[in-house]
Design a protein around this ligand. Structure first.
Ligand code: CA
Length: 228
């Protein structure tokens, strides 16, 4: 069974989410506080996607995200943001979330986002062992790992998918729309900004100097290029 954790302190919103995810075939674990969510994730190590509300009593959703990511890069994380808090989207993604959903959202939008992350969190059977090497990087598509100069770089599932897309398209300028389609899928409802924020975060991990990137270069007014 595909397991999702829902962290939301408002019980009406939480039941709305839970009912719709169960209807879509997911097993749902509920938590009311960040502390409870972290505890439940320790008990249920097979949770593949976590939905995290931001404003909570006790530790907030960003802190929960940070603590999950400190030990777990595999799980997919979606932040639940309020429309008025535009900056939360960026902050959430920078603390390690893969995506965000803005309240109020429709059941279709919510399940589409969860489905998209599920597909990327190792649900589908991976193909035979394969390595993509472009010095100094080595991408292993079976283990879904990345090394730079022989050192493992910890990536989230989304970051891994972006790296793989780049390494499969060396030297090709990719528009932000193309990247959104290739990485998040054509049925994705999200905004182009998510591409920029994820790439910003990826640059922090892989570039020698993230403020002057040489591997992932910006193609102004268009998108990005894997600069080999
Ligand atoms: Ca709340």
């Amino acid at each position: 069974m595909k397991k999702v954790l829902v962290l939301e302190d408002e019980s009406s919103i939480r039941s709305f989410i839970v009912i719709n995810l169960r209807r879509a075939g997911y097993e749902v674990i509920e938590a009311e506080t960040g502390e409870e969510a972290l505890e439940k994730l320790q008990q249920h190590t097979d949770v593949r996607v976590a939905l995290l509300d931001i404003m909570l009593p006790g530790i907030d959703g960003f802190e929960v995200c940070r603590r999950i990511r400190a030990t777990n890069t595999k799980i997919g994380i979606i932040m639940l943001t309020a429309r008025s808090q535009e900056m939360d989207k960026v902050t959430g993604l920078m603390t390690g979330a893969d995506d965000y959903v803005t309240k109020p959202f429709s059941p279709a939008e919510l399940t589409a986002r969860v489905d998209a992350l599920m597909r990327r969190s190792g649900g589908a059977a991976e193909e035979a062992a394969e390595e993509l090497r472009q010095d100094p990087f080595l991408l292993n598509t079976r283990n879904r790992t990345l090394e730079k100069n022989g050192q493992r770089i910890k990536l989230t599932q989304m970051e891994y998918s972006i790296m793989r897309m780049f390494m499969e398209n060396p030297g090709k300028a990719l528009s932000r729309e193309e990247i959104l389609d290739l990485v998040w899928g054509r049925d994705y409802f999200g905004e182009l900004k998510i591409v920029d924020v994820n790439i910003r975060r990826l640059r922090l991990k892989i570039e020698d100097n993230p403020t002057n990137p040489t591997y992932i270069t910006t193609v102004w007014g268009y998108g990005y290029k894997w600069g080999f």
